[in-house]
Design a protein around this ligand. Structure first.
Ligand code: RAM
Length: 352
């Protein structure tokens, strides 16, 4: 039953999975620079949600490798905390620096619109990646996985984990975080439609800060004695939740799942605190963001539906098409969420 649900949701095809995650052997491969891009003399910026997030660091590394392989200058910036104010200050500085392109993981879906519009009016190409900003604020979004599928996968995964019955809670990033809010909304929709006996008692916010996520997990455990699972659709949150459940001796009573980095979660997957979780390859998210950025700057694409461009994911050369996104804007899609479990975690824990 568990497997059937999940594989159906994933629409599992080996080729697609290879696309989103690669294989452990190829992700660390050297960056290819034989495509028709020339980033020399150009400044490419990547703005993540906040500093100190290993997932963000891996995305930025993936971005940097590709841009530098084509001779471009890379500027990596993140505010100290995941606030929109911090990102506005950074984008303002990037406009003054006359960068050619800004890729941003938005800390708010709408609030960046004035500053990003100002950037586009100044001739800067603007795209969002990982966390989307609204369609008016961007030329295109780089989406790691179909948002609805992520929500459905989380719902089906947690329901299977608790035999389709009982209380669950969500531990999210910030309350404004566009990617998490979208995934949670689709997750709730799937629970309402297909898992009526699973009740989400609260969505708590750890703001993608480890200690705050620990505190929020402890509060959930105290406030809901019947809690059977915590779903954390954030790599920071899931690691904090798994640590608290372990430290409190609740392995077997409260299960943890969500979106996590194999390197941070391996011990909890091995111990059974987190029987399985999902993610994509953050290095590939960064690389795809880099190719999308160069394609915009070199005017190979405008971000319109039907545009396409080339890029490498690991050693595999791919053509990417621009399609309509669920929010009415456009996007380029990396692939499908990948499940990490006790069978494959040892293969991935040293990769990302
Ligand atoms: C955190 C961030 C990021 C999100 C992952 C799943 O690292 O919030 O934006 O994509 O979790």
């Amino acid at each position: 039953m568990r497997k059937r649900n999940r594989w159906m949701a994933l629409g599992m095809a080996a080729a697609l999975l290879a696309g989103v995650i690669g294989s452990a052997a190829t992700v660390a491969a050297e960056v290819h620079n034989d495509l028709d891009y020339d980033a020399s003399g150009k400044k490419y910026a990547f703005v993540f949600k906040a500093t100190g997030n290993p997932n963000g660091e891996k995305q930025m590394e993936g971005f940097k490798k590709v841009i530098e392989a084509y001779g471009g200058e890379v500027i990596l910036k993140s505010p100290e905390a995941a606030t929109v104010e911090g990102q506005i200050t950074i984008v303002n500085e990037l406009i003054q620096q006359q960068v050619d392109c800004i890729a941003i993981t938005g800390n708010d879906v709408d609030a960046l619109q004035p500053i990003l519009t100002q950037a586009m009016d100044a001739g800067i190409k603007v795209l969002s990646t990982d966390g989307q900003v609204n369609p008016e604020s961007r030329m295109i979004h780089v989406n790691q996985a179909d948002s609805k599928l992520v929500g459905q996968t989380l719902a089906q995964g947690v329901a299977d984990m608790i035999d389709n019955k009982g209380e669950i809670a969500v531990l999210s990033a910030t309350s404004q975080s566009a990617n998490q809010n979208t995934w949670i909304a689709y997750m709730q929709e799937e629970l309402d439609e297909n898992f009526k006996d699973v009740t989400c008692v609260e969505v708590a916010y750890g703001d993608d800060e480890f200690q705050k996520s620990v505190d929020q997990t402890q509060a959930l455990i105290t406030n809901y004695p019947e809690l059977k699972a915590i779903v954390a659709p954030t790599t920071v949150g899931i690691a904090a939740a798994a640590k608290v459940v372990t430290d409190e001796g609740l392995n077997g009573k409260i299960a943890v799942t969500g979106l996590g980095l194999p390197s941070e979660m391996a011990e909890y997957i091995e111990s059974g605190v987190c029987p399985y979780m999902y993610l994509w390859n953050p290095d590939y998210v960064g690389a795809l963001t880099a190719y999308t950025s160069m394609a915009l700057v070199e005017e190979k694409i405008t971000g319109a539906v039907g545009d396409s461009f080339d890029g490498y994911l690991g050693d595999e050369k791919r053509s990417f098409s621009v399609t309509e996104a669920l929010d009415g804007g456009t996007e380029v899609l990396l692939g499908e969420p990948f499940e990490f479990n006790s069978e494959n975690i040892s293969e991935w824990k040293d990769v990302f």
